[in-house]
Design a protein around this ligand. Sequence first.
Ligand code: NAD
Ligand code: ZN
Length: 344
Amino acid sequence: MKALQYVEIGKPPQLMEVEKPTPGPGQVLLKVTAAGACHSDSFIMSLPQEAYVYGLPLTLGHEGTGVVAELGPGVTSVAEGDAVAVYGPWGCGVCQTCATGAENYCRVAAERHIVPPGLGAPGAMAEYLLVDNARHLVPLGDLDPVANVALTDAGLTPYHAIKPSIPALVPGSIAVVIGSGGLGHMAVQILRAMTAATVVALDVADEKLELAKDVGAHHAFRSEEAAIEAVRALNDGRGATAVFDFVGIEATTALAARLTHPDSEIVLVGVGPGVVPVGFFTTPWETKVRAPYWGSRSELFEVLDLARSGLIHVETEAFSLDQAPEAYERLHAGTLRGRAVVVP
Ligand code: NAD
Ligand code: ZN
């Protein structure tokens, strides 16, 4: 079968011919219907040899949907032909944390080398995807796979990042989204769907500011010093109750730290090297800073239901598997609107 693989450090991913996998006990083989391209893929492909820990060759794609093609021995929870979305942050499934559904924070995944598809295990940018356990499949139902595959990360990650902040985002409060790309344009919609806050998007590209407004941001400003005054002008100088940074570089974390008021939250989702130093004389009192990772299994059900209700949708640009390298070029160049989706 064909698969898009990262083969050599520093080189673009390539379309390769690989063996079609066979599902073992408890596993499920999917015929892939769609796979999303995430900035995290570009990030890992930018790492130098000594920092790269995902194995080579690596079949890319940690956002995936498919149709069940073959069941491994003992699998009874899905049937051939079922349309499913793949929960990506695989954990052991049985530790106390996995028992809550938060396999993204599995206690033993690292030591047992349990790794997500596309980020260690072979990913979804291929004709077939081997899923390690049937519990990592969530029914897609009537949701179109191409239009919704990105919900598995670009939807789930901002959902998980935003959910704990919701009680504080009361009417009159401000929520800021930094970076209106694949994840950020979903964050804008999740905030609009689940809070009454004024939603402000910041980005460096005019088209991304347009996208943020098109999907529901009340305001969109260029991500620069002047944004601080522009945001504060919206509520008599008070500032933001929550800032969600989907870039995470020094410029954006520094901005995030200056946008908030006492008892607010800064949530770092982007994997850049930026940090927010917290201290009595450094940040407003009671400032909380979080750096969440992906989301839980039950939250993926919730995100799919949010899409089913029509309250969120992914802006997507579709590419064939042959065109997949171009999807990553466009992601790198910052010229995508929303998410690039590869359709094998
Ligand atoms: P993307 O490329 O689609 O979007 C990034 C956006 O940020 C673009 O719109 C870009 O114009 C904008 N941007 C760049 N520099 C900026 C700046 N200085 N100020 C404001 N905006 C700026 O990327 P994505 O796929 O949405 O991923 C976003 C980030 O989230 C990446 O760092 C990715 O690795 C990370 N990520 C984290 C998790 C997690 O679990 N924490 C999961 C998925 C992705
Ligand atoms: Zn991702």
